[in-house]
Design a protein around this ligand. Structure first.
Ligand code: R5P
Length: 261
């Protein structure tokens, strides 16, 4: 890695633990005003002290986040379909230039690929590859998001395929889903892996999933709804911090949530 790439990449990790917590609030780019994110500023700002990387769209960043923020930014640079168009969902293309990403002080650029989807697979892979060429030219790491289309199983076989492909294409980090046998996904990946949280589940279950992913070798988590839709997002985020950065057990982390909520 050259200096700029290395510097951006290093900024993604907590210096003490070497792990990372991405707080994902990018859902609006295809889901509109998602529950819990109606007001981006109110949702994100109280959590910034406990966030290693804030993941969002350029519009949410410009309109919802104070430029005094020093938290590294994972910028969503793919889009193309909305939640209304279920047949084409996640048929995304490259939507934000590298010049714009740099103007917004981005630390990593996030792009969704849809491995296995009949219509969108080829487009998302080729567009992501074009983005990587440009991103590497500017010293910008990219995060491949392995979006899972309808009808595909989120199992170790599928997620290993998608994660390995993303690394082979040139991703510097991959965001994928947790699954049974997640060790296989991590072991066969060429680059570090973080897990997405997915739909809201009870706090203790979300903490357990994060713990299992860390034990299996994930370098961190990229969690959204299980934090901002929690009955107490700050308490949940602090519990997640204990788990990821202080190696607490699920029981200890959940106690943090219960004590603070
Ligand atoms: C989806 O592709 C978005 O990028 C979200 O950032 C991602 O799914 C993580 O958020 P959540 O934990 O809510 O799934």
């Amino acid at each position: 890695m050259d200096w700029g790439m290395q510097n951006r990449y290093n900024s993604l990790f907590n210096k003490k633990s070497g792990k990372t917590i991405f707080f994902a609030v990018d859902h609006g780019y295809f889901m509109g005003p998602t529950t819990g994110l109606e007001d981006i500023s109110k949702a994100a700002e109280p959590l910034l002290p406990y966030t290693d990387v804030l993941m969002l769209s350029r519009g949410a960043l410009r309109n919802g986040i104070d430029p005094e923020m020093t938290t590294p930014i994972a910028l969503r640079v793919s889009s193309g379909t909305s939640i209304l168009n279920q047949d084409a969902l996640l048929h995304e293309g490259w939507s934000v230039s590298m010049e714009e990403a740099i103007r917004l002080n981005t630390a990593i650029a996030a792009f969704s690929i849809t491995v296995g989807m009949p219509v969108s697979e080829r487009d998302t892979i080729l567009d992501y590859s074009a983005l990587i060429d440009e991103a590497e030219r500017f010293g910008m790491p990219t995060l491949a998001v392995t979006a899972v289309g309808r009808g595909l199983e989120r199992d170790a076989r599928y997620l290993s395929l998608a994660t390995r492909m993303a690394g082979e294409l040139g991703a510097r980090m991959v965001k994928t889903y947790f699954c049974e046998g997640f060790e296989k996904v991590v072991e066969t990946s060429l680059v570090p892996v973080v897990i997405a949280g997915g739909k809201k589940i009870p706090e203790k279950d979300a903490l357990q999933m994060a713990k299992n992913a860390l034990i299996a070798g994930a370098v961190g988590i990229d969690m959204g709804r299980n934090i901002f839709q929690s009955e107490n997002p700050v308490a949940m985020m602090r519990a997640v911090n204990g788990l990821v950065h202080e190696d607490l057990s699920v029981k200890q982390a959940y106690k943090i949530f219960q004590d603070l909520k």
